[in-house]
Design a protein around this ligand. Structure first.
Ligand code: ATP
Ligand code: MG
Length: 297
């Protein structure tokens, strides 16, 4: 199953949500009843934030999404596996980031700072140039789908992070996806762009990808006891009914700081009452896991 994490509004937790969902589905969690899956996390945003969240130094990565994406039809000179960062690389860079963030802790990073079953396909800034270049080519909406063909049999779940626009990179993600996950920041203008987003989704459904479905809507950066957050959530529920996940992600300093520490919050902190941010992403993963199960039949 391919899930695209989409919302053209900037800073609404797209990357944070894509990274934490991919990570928790890959690690699995007995307590939450989430079984382990082999997951590929694809970055379609030229900002390249996905790799950074795992403490990966972008200058050190080899060929990226860019090379794979720019490939001509039928060009087999580069394989997907040449461009992905595997669980060992991700674990090593998270542990290195932990060490540089905690220079006085001599015992080194705790055991849980590690990941398995997760591969990242990173992006870098040149991807925006490729987007411009691609605009005049035949089959421009299907480049990502083509690039991911190899991955379809190798992974149980593929999650795609997208940029804050409805341009060609996002359209490529929508045409490669089975489902769309929309994170919405619980704030005043949040629902204003939704009509435009739904319009783009319908366009893609009509023209290139009729099987595209709505996976769900996740309310993010929710402030407790905020009347505004409650109102926005209520409106979202009115429009989208039970497509809105029960779980809400709270606004939390721990989530904002976790990229600095070089590990997604679901790895950095054990889910518990005293770590509500990690707990919320694990609860979301449990809901997502059961939706994947029901969609797959
Ligand atoms: N629940 C949260 N509480 C507090 N800060 C958060 C939360 N979720 C994300 N952030 C922070 O808000 C910023 C934007 O989040 P993120 O990068 O996930 O959003 P995005 O939609 O991918 O943004 P962009 O448009 O830049 O791609 C980041 O600095 C992130 O660390
Ligand atoms: Mg982002």
């Amino acid at each position: 199953m391919v899930i695209a994490c989409v919302n053209h509004k900037g800073g609404c937790s797209r990357t944070t949500t894509a990274v934490n969902l991919a990570t928790s589905l890959a690690i699995g969690n007995e307590e939450y009843g989430i079984r382990r899956r082999k997951v590929l996390l694809v970055d379609m945003d030229p900002k390249g934030n996905v790799a950074t969240t795992f403490g990966v130094d972008k200058r050190s990565v080899g060929p990226t999404m860019n090379e794979l994406f720019a490939r001509g039809v039928g060009d087999t000179s580069l394989k997907l596996s040449d461009c992905t960062l595997g669980p060992e690389v991700l674990t090593r860079s998270m542990r290195n980031a932990w060490r540089s963030h905690n220079p006085d802790k001599k015992r080194g990073p705790p055991k849980h700072i590690s990941v398995r079953n997760l591969w990242v396909l990173p992006a870098d800034l040149d991807l925006s140039g490729i987007e411009v270049d691609l605009a005049t080519r035949v089959g421009r909406e299907n480049r990502l789908k083509l690039a991911l063909q190899e991955a379809m049999d190798q992974f149980d779940v593929i999650i795609i992070d997208t940029p804050a626009s409805l341009g060609l990179l996002t359209v490529n993600a929508l045409s490669a996806a089975d489902c769309i996950l929309i994170p919405i920041q619980a704030e005043f203008y949040a629902l204003e762009g939704m009509g435009q987003l739904m319009g783009s989704i319908r366009d893609v459904q009509r023209s290139v990808n009729p099987r595209l479905k709505l996976f769900g809507i996740l309310m993010t950066m929710v402030q407790s006891r905020s009347k505004l957050c409650e109102t926005v959530t209520e409106q979202a529920r009115k429009h989208f009914g039970d497509r809105v996940f029960e779980t809400q992600i709270p606004r939390s300093v721990a989530i904002a700081e976790s990229p600095l520490e070089g590990a997604p919050i679901v790895i950095a902190q054990k889910p518990s009452k005293s770590n509500p941010a990690s707990q919320s992403y694990w609860e979301f993963a449990r809901e997502a896991d059961s939706r994947i199960g029901s969609i797959n039949g």
